[in-house]
Ligand binder design. Structure first.
Ligand code: PLP
Length: 391
């Protein structure tokens, strides 16, 4: 077990001219390999947070690095106006990987941008002006994505008004689904497993009820799988895990393993409404992004990482309910550990022992979002460290 104190540094020392909008961990990373980060004085830190769920393959993955290098050397950029086989391959690969009945992919750059485009399509298809979202949701910081984010209006929204009508449904509240999703509703947007809220698994019955109600009133169902998608639950998407088919899935984070990219997967019904110039982007679907998306999916499939996520996440749940941890929630490698004390305290104590974990908007949830290559013996290090912390 590793209980040697790690040399942390005071938060904020690396801000310089960067906009002072991020609270920073007392840790400067200078290099990384696998699931390990290295700080300035050469100490190793086990990364159980994966850069907000981004580092799906971990650091320095050879296939990912080679794909990025190859594409950078052959052609680093062309817009969507110029056909490139790597873009076609990435779209095909993503749809095949999903094992879901999607007909097209629109590549963008970030989760918020994918959500903006999904909602825009829903408004156009239905000629309606209302979106229903779920309490606790996080969908991004842009005008539309922020408008459907729970609590944004009170905390950070910043735009003078929401660009459309929004209402929120309490988690698990079946009656509220009937009331809030009506013939005025263009779409319901939902994270099947809520991320920032603290790895909250909304469960199949609730998601099935949303699907049924959307069908009844002619609204579209959008799964925001920016955080929980691309293998993080141990399934290609949470939609596979729950057996609920949305009209659109938005995804990002794990899809690029650190190279910025995002995607909007659309059903045949949605795809049939697409026409020239309806959507656009400069960087989305760039060849470097497409090469890395292909490499990420290739690695997940060829290294059997979905099975690994299911196995090792079950091991976390079976072994890490120790010390100040009393329970778990979430799915796969979107795990919330319930803590007796404020999770921020435990996060700080873990970091001093060489483990980086995350927190959530629930103050008693420690959020784990490790790379899919995590092994049981690394979980043992977490378990042993948690065991020694005050309860
Ligand atoms: C579920 C979910 N949706 C959307 C977003 C926004 O993604 P981005 O920061 O790439 O715009 C996030 C980011 O944390 C997220 O977790």
């Amino acid at each position: 077990m590793n209980n040697t104190a790690i040399a942390t540094q005071p938060a904020g020392t690396l801000h310089n001219y960067l906009a002072p909008v991020f609270a920073q961990y007392p840790l400067e990373v200078v290099s990384a390999e696998g699931v390990w980060l290295r700080n300035r004085i050469g100490e190793r830190i086990l990364d159980m947070y994966g850069g907000h769920a981004v580092a799906s393959l971990g650091y320095g993955h050879p296939g990912w690095t080679a794909a990025l290098t190859r594409q950078a050397q052959s052609c680093n950029f062309q817009t969507n106006a110029v056909p490139m086989s790597v873009r076609v391959r990435a779209a095909e690969r993503l749809i095949r990987f999903s094992q879901l009945d999607f007909a097209s992919v629109f590549f963008v750059n970030s989760g918020a941008e994918a959500n903006e485009n999904a909602m825009k399509l829903a408004f156009r298809m239905t000629s309606r002006s209302h979106i229903a979202a779920i309490e606790g949701s996080f969908h991004g910081r842009t005008a539309a994505a922020g408008a459907v984010t729970w609590g944004a209006a009170q905390k950070w929204y910043g735009f003078p008004r929401a660009p459309f009508d929004v209402s929120f449904i309490a988690r698990g509240d079946m009656a509220a689904i009937e009331q809030q999703v009506t013939d005025k509703t263009a779409a319901v947007i939902v994270e099947p497993v809520q991320g920032l809220a603290g790895a909250v698994d909304l469960g199949a019955p609730f998601l099935e009820a949303l699907r049924r109600r959307c069908d009844e009133v002619g609204a579209l169902l959008i799964f925001d799988e920016v955080q929980c998608g691309v293998g993080r639950t141990g399934y290609p998407f949470a939609a596979n895990m729950y057996g609920v088919m949305p009209d659109m899935i938005t995804t990002a984070k794990a899809l690029g393993n650190g190279f910025p990219c995002a995607a909007l997967l659309a059903s045949a019904k949605v795809t049939a409404t697409l026409k020239l110039d309806l959507l656009g982007t400069t960087f989305g679907g760039g060849p470097m992004a497409c090469a890395v998306m292909e490499a990420v999916i290739e690695a997940i499939e060829s290294e059997n990482l979905l099975e690994r996520v299911r196995r090792v996440s079950a091991y976390i749940r079976a072994t890490c309910i120790v010390g100040p941890v009393t329970g778990h929630q979430g799915a796969g490698f979107l795990t919330g550990l319930r803590t007796t004390r404020p999770a921020k305290e435990i996060q700080a104590e873990l970091l001093e022992c060489g483990i980086l974990a995350g927190t959530a908007s629930d103050p008693n949830i420690l959020r784990l979002l490790p790379a899919f290559i995590l092994e049981e013996e690394q979980v043992d290090m977490l378990r042993d460290t948690l065991t020694d912390l005050p309860t």
